[in-house]
Design a protein around this ligand. Structure first.
Ligand SMILES: Nc1ncnc2c1ncn2[C@@H]1O[C@H](COP(=O)(O)OP(=O)(O)OP(=O)(O)O)[C@@H](O)[C@H]1O
Length: 966
C-alpha cells in the first residue's frame, strides 16, 4: 500500500483503465453487476487513502460510471430478447429461454406473448388437453335452446331441421312492416270532370320566385298534374327543362307545410353538382354511396329536421342493392311526409329499357310500400311508345294520353350524318380538320364502344391535330352576326398539347374521371374520347359536336348521346361511322348474348332460390295426427300414403291459386359465390330476382342485401363460447344445429354460421339477431370479459354480402319448371328485343350513309339529316322505320339456314377448341362468347371467320354444358 501511495497519478490511471475494462467485460459477457461494483469499491477506497483528489474522483465519477453500466445492461437485456424472438420465428433458438412466466397482453394468460395469442383463432383442443375447469359449463341442451327461443316444444330437433315444433305447428316469423307516414293531400283539387284546374296565379308567382318568366312546352301540364296529386310521365327532349317539373311542385308543397320531395337520379357522380345547380330558393341535399357515413348522417339529420325541400338519392341508396348494401333511408315514420317522388331517367323502370339497372325495377314498389308515396313523376328524354306505356303502368298513370309526351326525340338544331369509311381513323382526323367540325372543335365528344379504343384514339388525335389552329371566340359575348365580323372576333389560340384530346371511361380512377370532366366543363379540354360512361346528366350547353366512332346499340342510346350537343339551342353537328364490315354489329350482338342467361343457368338459380323446406310434410303430419285420434295404425298408414298421393296430384300451374303451406322463409344467396357459380353478372342475377318479385304470384320478396355469415370467436376459449351460448339464443341455435349435423363444438372457441338461416329458424328478425350478436362484443358481464376495457373478449365478425329475400320452400317440381320457363321467357324476349333494336338501328343508319365522310366533312346534307330524324321518330312511335318487315323476315330465315349449314362445322371447331383447353371448364354461354372473341387465334378452319359471327346465334350451342354434350 505504501509503495503504491508513492505513485498516485499512475494508480488513478490504472483505476480508470481497470474500470473501463470491467465495464466492457460486463457488457460483452453479461458478468454480474455486483462483480464490477465490488472492484470499483475496492479501488475507490484505496485511492481515497492515497489522496483527497482521488477520493473525489472515486466518489463522483464512480457512481456515474456504474449508472452508465446499468443502462448498458438494460439495453443488452432487450437486445437478447429480440434475438431470442427472432430465433423462434425462424424455427431455431428460444429453447434456452423460459417463457412460462410471460403474460400475454391480449388474453391475460401466461406462457405466450400477444403476437402468438391463440385466442384469435383457437384451435380445436383435444379432450385430454382441455383446460381444467373449476365449474364445467356445458353447451345448452336442446331443451334450453327451445326455452331460450321461446318455442313450446319437447324437443328442438325438428326446429333445427325444419320450421316447426313438436306440436307440428308451423313457426311463422311475423314481419311487421314499419308504419307509413301520413299521406300528403294534393295542393289543388281536381275538377268534377277529373281534369286538373286552370293554372292559378300563385303557380306563376312561384315560377318567378325560381327565376323563370314563362313555362316551356310540356312543363305547365306536368306541374299542374303533380300539384293535383296525379302521377305523371314526362317525355321531353334533352335540355327542354324537365327538372323544373319537379322543382316547382317541390317548392310549392314545402311552402304549404313541412315535407320533402324525393328525387331519384342514377348519376351518383353528378349529384353534388345537381344539388348546387338547383335554384337558390330550393333547399336540397343528396345521399349517395360516394359519401362518408358521417356526411350521410349529417344530410339525413337535416332531412329529419325538415330543413330541406328536396332529397336526391340514387336508386341503390333508396332500394338498397349491389355493393352499396342496404338502403340509406331510415324507416318511413322517421321521415317528414313525402309530397311526391320524381324518378329521373324513368325509362330504366321499364324492363324493355335499354339502360338496365335492376334497382329501378323495384323503385315504384319500394316508394309505395315502404314510404307510402302516392304521387310519382317520371322524367325521360328517350322512350319509345312501348316503353312509355310500360313505364306508365309502373307509375300507375291511367291517362297517359293527357301527359306531356314529346316523342320528337331529336332536337331540330342537331345536324346528323352517317358514313361508311374503310379507314375510320383517317376519316375521323379529316372530319375534325374539316369545316363542319373544325370550327366547333372547342367541345366535341367522340363515343367508342371499347375502353382501349378511347385511349388509342385520344393519343392519335393528340398527334394528328398537333398544331391545328382552333378558332375560338376571344370573348363569350362576341357578336357573330356576319362572317366578316366573326372572323375578326375570333382569335387563333394554340393550346398546350395535353388539352387537345383526352380519354374517359369507367376503368379510370374516380380522380382521373373527375379531372377530365372538369377540364371539359371548363372549356380547357377540347375533345373527350369516351365510352357511354361519359356525358349522362352533363349540363354543358356549348357542346358543338358528337361523333360516334362505333355504332350505338339502339336508337335510345343514340338519341341520349347526341342530345348532349347543342343544348344552348345553337347549331351542333353529329356524325356516325358505320363499320362497312359490320364488325361493330357483331360485337354489339355478342354483348347482348353475354348479358343473356341460358336455361340451365336459370334452373340452377331457381334451385338455389327455392330450396325445399319441410312445411308441407309437417302440414300433412299434423293433419294425420289430428285425424289419427280416430284411425288405427293401418288406417293411419293409408292416410299418410294418401297425403303423399295428393301431394303428387297437385295442380301444376302457379296461376291456379295453389294453397301454400309454406309461409316463405328468409334466405340469402352470397353474391360473389353465386356470380362465380352461375357465371352471370351480379346485375343479371338481381334482375332475375326482381322478375320473380314483380310476378303476379309474388314468388319472392326481395330485402336489403346483407352480410350473411357470422363468426363468433371467444378469446377466452371454449368455456366462454359455451357461456355465451347460454345467454345468446342465436349462438345456442347455431351450435345446436351444428351438433345435429355431427359437428362437435365442445372444445372449440369459435363458431361460424349463416345468420339469416338461424334467424329464420327462430322466427326472429335478422336485424334483431345481428344486433344481439354484435352486443356480445361489449357484454362483459355475461361472457367474463376483460376487466376495465368494456370489451367482452368475444369477436363477432360478419362477412359474405348476399342477396336477401323471402321465398317459398314448398314449390312442386311443376311449379319450379313454371318459374324457370317464366324467367327464361323473360330473358329470351329481352334478348330478342335487343337484337331487333340492333338490327333496326343498323339498317336505318345504312339507309342514309355516305360512302365516305369526305362527302359531309365540309357541309351537312340537311335532307339526309331530316330523313334520319324521321326514321328515328318512326322508331319511337313504335313503327317499323324502314317499313321492310318482309325483308327482315327473309333475312332472318336466310341466317337460320346459314346457321344450320354451319352447325356441323361449328360443332367440329368447338370440339377442337375444347380439346385445346382441356383443363378449363366452359358453360355453353361463355364458350359461345369466348369462341367468338378468340376466333382468329383459336379456330384454324378456314372460312370460320364468317361462320363464327353466327356462332352465338345458333341455339344448340347455348345448351352445351360440357365436352360430353358435344
Ligand atoms: N321555363 C324555363 N324558362 C327558361 N329556362 C328554362 C326553363 N325551364 C328550364 N330552363 C333551363 O333549361 C336548361 C335545361 O334544363 P334541364 O336541365 O331541366 O333540362 P333537361 O330536360 O332536364 O335536360 P336533360 O334531359 O339533359 O337532363 C336549364 O339551364 C334550365 O335553367
Amino acid at each position: 500500500m505504501g509503495l503504491l501511495a508513492q505513485f498516485p497519478p499512475c494508480l488513478a490511471l490504472y483505476g480508470a483503465v481497470a474500470r473501463l475494462m470491467f465495464s466492457l467485460s460486463g457488457f460483452v459477457w453479461g458478468c454480474g453487476l455486483v462483480d464490477v461494483l465490488l472492484v470499483w469499491l475496492c479501488m475507490g477506497l484505496w485511492l481515497g487513502c492515497c489522496s483527497p483528489c482521488l477520493a473525489w474522483f472515486g466518489t463522483v465519477a464512480g457512481p456515474a460510471s456504474s449508472l452508465s453500466l446499468y443502462l448498458y445492461l438494460l439495453l443488452f437485456q432487450m437486445w437478447k430478447q429480440k434475438w431470442q424472438k427472432k430465433g423462434e420465428q425462424f424455427g431455431g433458438g428460444g429453447k434456452h429461454f423460459n417463457r412460462s412466466e410471460d403474460t400475454c397482453f391480449h388474453c391475460g394468460r401466461k406462457g405466450h406473448w400477444a403476437s402468438q395469442c391463440p385466442g384469435k383463432v383457437l384451435p380445436v383442443t383435444k379432450p385430454e388437453e382441455a383446460e381444467p375447469m373449476e365449474e364445467e359449463i356445458m353447451l345448452p341442451s336442446l331443451e334450453d335452446v327451445a326455452r331460450m327461443t321461446n318455442t313450446p316444444m319437447g324437443t328442438i330437433t325438428e326446429i333445427c331441421e325444419g320450421h316447426h315444433n313438436a306440436n307440428h305447428e308451423v313457426i311463422r316469423p311475423v314481419y311487421e312492416p314499419a308504419p307509413l307516414p301520413p299521406t300528403m293531400t294534393p295542393l289543388y283539387e281536381l275538377e268534377p270532370s277529373g281534369t286538373v284546374q286552370d293554372t292559378p296565379p300563385e303557380v306563376y308567382a312561384a315560377l318567378a320566385e325560381l327565376g323563370y318568366h314563362r313555362f316551356r312546352p310540356g312543363q305547365e301540364e306536368a306541374i299542374m298534374r303533380i300539384l293535383s296529386g296525379l302521377s305523371s310521365l314526362v317525355i321531353l327532349s334533352t335540355g327542354m327543362g324537365k327538372s323544373l317539373c319537379y322543382q316547382l311542385p317541390a317548392f310549392m308543397y314545402a311552402k304549404r307545410s313541412p315535407c320533402i320531395t324525393l328525387v331519384i337520379s342514377p348519376l351518383v357522380s353528378l349529384m353534388d353538382d345537381q344539388v348546387s345547380g338547383l335554384p337558390s330558393k330550393l333547399k336540397a341535399v343528396c345521399i349517395h354511396s360516394n359519401m362518408t357515413r358521417n356526411q350521410r348522417e349529417a344530410a339525413m339529420e337535416k332531412v329529419k329536421q325538415g330543413k330541406v325541400h328536396v332529397l336526391l338519392l340514387s336508386p341503390e341508396a333508396l332500394v338498397g342493392g349491389g355493393l352499396s348494401g342496404s338502403s340509406c333511408l331510415p324507416p318511413a315514420d322517421q321521415l317528414p311526409p313525402v309530397a311526391f317522388a320524381c324518378i329521373d331517367e324513368v325509362h330504366c323502370v321499364s324492363e324493355w329499357s335499354h339502360n338496365f339497372r335492376p334497382c329501378y325495377l323495384r323503385l315504384c314498389k319500394v316508394l309505395r310500400e315502404r314510404l307510402g308515396v302516392r304521387c310519382l313523376l317520371g322524367l325521360t328524354a328517350t322512350a319509345t311508345l312501348g316503353t312509355a306505356q310500360d313505364v306508365a303502368r309502373h307509375l300507375e298513370v291511367s291517362d297517359i294520353d293527357k301527359t306531356p309526351l314529346r316523342l320528337a326525340a331529336v332536337p331540330p338544331n342537331l345536324h346528323l350524318s352517317v358514313s361508311m369509311d374503310q379507314d375510320r381513323d383517317q376519316a375521323l382526323v379529316t372530319l375534325l380538320k374539316g369545316e363542319r367540325f373544325g370550327c366547333c372543335l372547342d367541345s366535341v365528344i367522340i363515343y367508342c364502344t371499347r375502353r382501349e379504343e378511347t385511349q388509342r384514339l385520344a393519343a392519335l388525335l393528340r398527334t394528328c391535330l398537333q398544331g391545328v389552329m382552333v378558332n375560338r371566340p376571344a370573348e363569350e359575348n362576341v357578336s357573330v352576326e356576319s362572317d366578316k365580323k366573326k372572323a375578326q372576333a375570333r382569335k387563333k389560340i394554340r393550346r398546350p398539347l395535353k388539352w387537345m384530346a383526352d380519354s374517359y371511361h369507367a376503368g379510370l380512377s374516380a380522380a382521373e374521371r373527375r379531372r377530365v370532366q372538369n377540364n371539359f366543363m371548363s372549356g380547357q379540354l377540347r375533345i373527350v374520347v369516351a365510352t357511354v360512361a361519359f356525358g349522362m346528366g352533363l349540363d354543358k350547353s356549348d357542346v358543338r359536336g358528337i361523333i360516334h366512332y362505333n355504332m350505338p346499340k339502339n336508337f335510345e342510346s343514340y338519341v341520349q348521346e347526341i342530345g348532349r350537343a347543342g343544348r344552348d339551342g345553337k347549331d351542333a353537328h353529329c356524325h356516325l361511322f358505320l363499320d362497312p364490315n359490320s364488325q361493330d354489329l357483331d360485337e354489339l350482338r355478342r354483348h347482348v348474348y353475354a348479358d343473356s342467361v341460358d336455361y340451365i343457368t336459370v334452373k340452377k338459380l331457381v334451385q338455389r332460390v327455392f330450396p325445399t323446406c319441410k312445411c308441407r310434410d309437417i302440414q300433412n303430419k299434423r293433419e294425420a295426427l289430428r285425424r289419427g285420434c280416430e284411425l288405427d295404425d293401418d288406417e293411419m298408414l293409408d292416410f299418410l300414403a294418401q297425403c303423399d298421393g295428393e301431394e303428387e296430384a297437385r295442380p301444376p300451374s302457379m296461376d291456379k291459386a295453389v294453397e301454400r303451406t309454406c309461409h316463405r322463409h328468409e334466405r340469402v344467396l352470397p353474391i360473389e359465390e353465386t356470380v362465380q357459380a352461375l357465371d352471370v353478372r351480379e346485375e343479371g342475377i338481381e334482375t332475375l330476382l326482381c322478375y320473380l318479385e314483380l310476378h303476379s304470384s309474388h314468388w319472392l320478396e326481395l330485402l336489403h342485401p346483407t352480410l350473411s355469415v357470422c363468426r363468433v370467436t371467444c378469446y377466452s376459449g371454449p368455456r366462454q363460447l359455451r357461456g355465451i351460448a347460454h345467454s345468446c339464443p342465436p349462438v345456442a341455435v347455431a351450435l345446436a344445429r351444428e351438433r345435429l349435423s355431427g359437428v362437435d363444438h365442445t372444445h372449440t372457441s369459435s363458431v361460424e354460421f349463416n345468420v339469416v338461416e338461424v334467424a329464420d329458424f327462430m322466427g326472429w328478425e335478422v336485424v334483431l339477431v345481428k344486433r344481439g350478436l354484435r352486443n356480445l362484443q361489449w357484454n362483459s358481464s355475461s361472457s367474463g370479459g376483460f376487466r376495465g376495457t368494456g370489451r367482452s373478449g368475444v369477436l363477432v365478425e360478419f362477412s359474405a354480402l348476399s342477396f336477401h329475400f323471402r321465398s317459398y320452400g314448398d314449390l312442386t317440381d311443376e311449379e319450379l319448371e313454371d318459374v324457370c320457363d317464366f324467367l327464361h321467357h323473360k330473358v329470351s324476349s329481352r334478348e330478342a328485343t335487343a337484337l331487333r333494336q340492333l338490327k333496326s338501328c343498323y339498317r336505318v343508319f345504312q339507309s342514309v350513309t355516305y360512302r365516305s365522310s369526305a362527302a359531309c366533312a365540309e357541309q351537312v346534307n340537311l335532307e339526309r339529316s331530316a330523313q334520319l330524324k324521321a326514321h328515328i321518330l318512326e322508331y319511337f312511335e313504335g313503327r317499323n322505320p324502314l317499313n321492310d318487315e318482309g325483308r327482315e323476315n327473309a333475312e332472318e330465315e336466310l341466317s337460320k339456314e346459314k346457321a344450320e349449314d354451319w352447325l356441323a362445322q361449328l360443332s367440329c371447331d368447338v370440339r377442337l377448341f375444347l380439346s385445346i383447353h382441356q383443363d378449363e371448364r366452359f358453360s355453353g354461354r361463355n364458350l359461345a362468347r369466348d369462341f367468338s372473341w378468340d376466333r382468329k387465334s383459336m379456330l384454324p378452319s378456314t372460312g370460320l371467320w364468317a361462320g363464327s359471327a353466327l356462332l352465338a346465334e345458333i341455339p344448340p350451342l347455348g345448351l352445351y354444358q360440357s365436352h360430353a354434350d358435344l
